[in-house]
Design a protein around this ligand. Structure first.
Ligand SMILES: NC(=O)c1ccc[n+]([C@@H]2O[C@H](COP(=O)([O-])OP(=O)(O)OC[C@H]3O[C@@H](n4cnc5c(N)ncnc54)[C@H](OP(=O)(O)O)[C@@H]3O)[C@@H](O)[C@H]2O)c1
Length: 429
């Protein structure tokens, strides 16, 4: 059997994991792919670095770009990362040279996925990116193939393991965000520069890709509303628990009459829901198909093993000759994205205020809410400290985000309100 010859650019966590998996499970992979898959060429920055993998007999390329035209490479595997620079250049060069591509690069696909997919389609080449979303969870296959016959109404996921680990630890240990982030960095669960993860950008890249597949629309990263978890406090997590919720960073893409709403933000998830039980570094995605009903997938969203598992699944598909359109349908069948502004969102809200404990405070706050047409489902206040700041928690009935935003802007200016109000969207029960 003629082997499929892979050229791998990037030998970090995912690249080294991929080389190891292809070697360790070689016989099983060959049986399932119908032919062996061998690594014939690699590239990384530092040739001398010990990566704990056997590279004897494999051609080393100083310039990753030359993998695209190496005659001994059938498929280019891009595991460098980044939206520009060598990763983008390599993917474009590989397609131009007629080589299929496998990549784990969600940032590249979220930002440049439309042009890259169009180039692959024109060249008649497959482009695999199972590893780009939720690591070891085969969610691309589930949405693009398993649910291909369905109209999907909603996709909601815990798409960033670092954030989920931090929120889980804050709840379990009753500690605040900065401390838990520092511990996560020391343990290697958070990057030295954690902004991409904790500010929601990484989850938004993944959501952009899921939304394109779920709703047959062009990737449109710039339309995703993005909020991270820096402002989540141990106090809000503990109030959430008392009210029967867990706070999770969710990526949500939802079909509405006005278009597709795409947003990443912390949300209060009822404890009875499957997503509430996804803890630590785990990821999960809940998809709603009109004929399938709800489909829930959970697993490890990052790390060498899970991500390599997804990369090699794509290589096996390519070895078999599978050619599924990148976004599940031909480029010409994709609709332009019709984004819905966050201000149009309807739902319930958790609002925590730190107010001076004095008569009339609640009346002032509820008067403003009433003027914006917002009614309350419940209220929590613990203890009394006359003259000092105390938390008051208000849970609204369904309202429009524009109304609650306008009300909060006024409430924040009341003399009795001591800190910027905390607002968290509540997932339906
Ligand atoms: N880590 C995960 O769990 C995970 C999960 C899902 C998706 N991903 C995605 O997978 C990709 C790789 O992530 P990673 O965590 O494996 O990154 P990483 O550990 O930082 O590895 C990056 C690799 O790229 C190499 N590299 C950098 N610049 C290069 C250049 N100009 N030419 C050739 N090689 C170059 C580096 O070489 P040196 O080793 O010599 O420095 C390194 O081997 C990213 O797109 C990431 O978003 C990662």
């Amino acid at each position: 059997m003629t082997p499929l010859k892979a050229g791998i650019a990037g030998l970090g966590t995912v690249g080294a994991g991929t080389v190891r998996l292809l070697a360790e499970n070689a016989a099983l992979i060959a049986a399932r792919a119908g032919r062996p898959i061998s690594v014939t060429a690699v590239s990384a920055r530092d040739k001398s670095r010990d990566r704990g993998i056997a590279l004897a007999g494999i051609t080393w390329h100083e310039d990753a770009l030359s993998l695209a035209t190496d005659p001994n490479v059938d498929v280019v595997v891009e595991l460098i990362g980044g939206t520009s620079g060598p990763a983008k250049a390599l993917v474009e060069a590989a397609i131009a040279a007629g080589r299929p591509v496998v990549t784990a690069n969600k940032a590249l696909l979220a930002v440049h996925g439309a042009a890259i997919a169009a180039a692959a389609e024109t060249a008649g080449l497959p482009l695999g990116f199972e590893a780009a979303v939720a690591g070891g969870i085969p969610v691309i296959k589930v949405l693009r193939e398993g649910l291909a016959a369905n109209r999907v109404s909603r996709v909601a996921g815990i798409l960033n393991g670092t954030c989920n680990y931090i929120l889980t630890t804050m709840r379990e240990e009753g500690r605040d965000f900065p401390e838990v982030l520092a511990d996560a960095q020391a343990l290697g669960y958070a990057e030295a520069d954690p902004a991409f993860d904790i500010d929601g950008v990484d989850a938004a890249h993944k959501l952009t890709i899921l939304a394109a597949l779920a709703f047959g629309q062009n990737v449109d990263f710039s339309s995703v509303h993005i909020e991270g978890i820096r402002h989540i406090s141990a106090l809000d997590i503990s109030f959430a628990e008392e009210l029967g919720y867990r706070i999770k960073l969710l990526g949500i893409a939802q079909q509405t009459p006005a278009g597709v709403s795409m947003r990443v933000h912390p949300a209060m998830v009822p404890v009875s829901k499957l997503l509430a039980a996804v803890e630590g570094v785990f990821n999960a995605v809940l998809m709603e198909g009109d004929f399938s009903g709800p489909v829930f997938c959970q697993g490890r969203g990052a790390g060498a093993g899970p991500t390599a598992s997804a990369v090699v699944a794509d290589l096996i598909d390519i070895a078999r000759g599978s050619k599924i359109p990148v976004w599940g349908a031909a480029q010409s069948a994709l609709a332009p994205s019709r984004p819905v502004a966050i201000a149009a969102l309807t739902g319930a809200y958790y609002l925590r205020l730190m107010v001076t404990d004095q008569p009339g405070v609640l009346a002032d706050v509820t008067a403003i809410l009433r003027e914006h047409g917002i009614s309350l489902e419940s209220m929590l206040q613990h203890g009394r400290k006359p003259g000092e700041a105390v938390p008051i928690v208000l849970v609204t009935h369904d309202t429009v985000e524009a109304a609650i935003s306008a009300a909060i802007a006024r409430i924040a200016k009341l003399d009795c309100v001591q800190e910027p109000p905390a607002l968290i969207r509540i997932e339906p029960k």
